[in-house]
Design a protein around this ligand. Structure first.
Ligand SMILES: Cc1cc2nc3c(=O)[nH]c(=O)nc-3n(C[C@H](O)[C@H](O)[C@H](O)COP(=O)(O)O)c2cc1C
Length: 365
């Protein structure tokens, strides 16, 4: 297993869809506008965040009545920042790898190498039906995503690229210019199911998963890393967490209670039905949301389960526990984004760096 000496990376969810990151009627001082998001991106890069992750949704379905498109929105954030890397969510099906390879290569030039992508495989049948896209079975969606990623890597690194897949074909294709980043912009991919993990263990640079306990995450990560080692593939792991950092634990817990007490019950159930259909549709029944409770689903990627809820010290300690089981990146969501990203940068991040140092020194000794 790899030596865990690199500093943990931090990403935040871009609120490019309305309604924030929790399906709750509680007040959220978070806005989905371009102006708010540009200010948030500037705050996040000052606070020490490495990445911003945009979301792709074509329809509302439940909550999130407005949804800005991820690739265009990512460009607005790149224009407003200088260091932050921005991850554009991409959905195979609506997007073809030829278009994505070309678009992202150009954005890589515009942004001096700060764009990456998150290939999502789709979970919402209603969305695909609404835009007239065929809905594939669970594992077929992941087989398509795998070909999608293989094709992108081929286009970005080779001239005269030829590919014969079941979903995509390329004939002697040369993309020019190639991206600035070498070998190519980072490719993230998310899920939890067997198929998602197998893609992580063979083609993705990063694997994103829903919030969970360190014990459960360790099972997933070990499974992926053993397979990745057999495939001679290197993959890093990012985990979702909804962060509620307050000066006292009582305050933080009270915020969580309030979010759940104000849950938008109908919207949570609607999401749960669609998500469970997608998650448990995986043949082994281990997909995201297969085991989520009503409370978990109020944060739609199980972000409460990671339990980054408490004082800055409690949170920092839990973050380094996650690092110890093989997590490389924390993907954070917040209730009031700008102010909480700032607080996180001031109060939590320095403690994480201290604890990482201490762990390193202990190891060296
Ligand atoms: C961090 C993260 C971000 C995701 N972002 C999106 C997104 O923007 N749009 C989308 O349709 N699905 C998104 N997904 C959903 C995944 O692509 C996938 O459909 C879902 O996790 C179910 O996968 P599973 O059946 O393998 O567990 C995301 C998942 C994760 C973990």
């Amino acid at each position: 297993m790899s030596e865990r000496q690199e500093e943990l990376k931090f990403a935040y969810w871009v609120p490019n869809v309305s309604g924030g990151l929790v399906v709750s009627t509680i007040e959220q001082r978070t806005d989905w506008s371009v102006e708010y998001n540009q200010k948030l991106a500037q705050t996040a890069e000052r606070a020490g965040f490495d990445y911003a992750l945009s979301q792709i949704r074509f329809t509302a379905g439940y909550g999130a009545d407005n949804q800005h498109e991820s690739v265009s929105f990512s460009q607005a954030l790149l224009h407003a920042t200088t260091k932050l890397k921005v991850l554009a969510a991409i959905l195979p099906g609506p997007w073809s790898p030829a278009v994505v390879a070309k678009q992202i290569a150009t954005i890589d030039h515009i942004s001096s190498g700060r764009i990456g992508i998150n290939v999502v495989s789709g979970w919402f049948k209603g969305e695909f039906t609404a835009i007239g896209e065929p809905w594939l079975e669970h594992d077929e969606r992941y087989r398509r995503s795998r070909e999608f990623i293989e094709a992108l890597k081929g286009i970005w690194t080779q001239d005269n690229f030829t590919y014969r897949g079941d979903f995509y074909r390329f004939n002697n294709y040369t993309l020019s210019p190639k991206p600035v980043q070498k070998p190519y912009p980072e490719i993230f991919q998310g899920g939890s199911s067997r198929a998602a993990r197998d893609n992580a263990a063979s083609v993705s640079d990063w694997y994103f998963t829903n919030g969970n306990t360190p014990e459960n995450l360790k099972l997933q990560i070990d499974d992926i890393q053993v397979k990745a080692a057999n495939n001679d593939h290197k993959v890093r792991i990012g985990v979702n967490a909804f962060v509620i950092a307050r000066d006292t634990e009582e305050e933080a817990r009270a915020v969580l209670d309030d979010i759940i007490a104000h849950a938008h019950v109908e919207a949570v159930h609607a999401f749960g039905d669609a998500a469970r259909q997608a998650g448990s549709a995986s043949p082994e029944g281990e997909g995201n949301w297969a085991k989520s409770t009503f409370e978990d689903l109020v944060q739609y990627n199980d972000g409460f389960r990671t339990n980054l809820i408490g004082t800055p010290r409690q949170i920092a300690e839990r973050i380094v526990e996650l690092k110890a089981v093989g997590v490389d990146l924390i993907l954070a969501g917040f209730l009031h984004f700008i102010e909480e990203v700032e607080y996180f940068g001031q109060k939590v991040l320095p403690l994480v760096r201290e604890l990482e140092e201490t762990a390193l020194r202990r190891k060296a000794a």
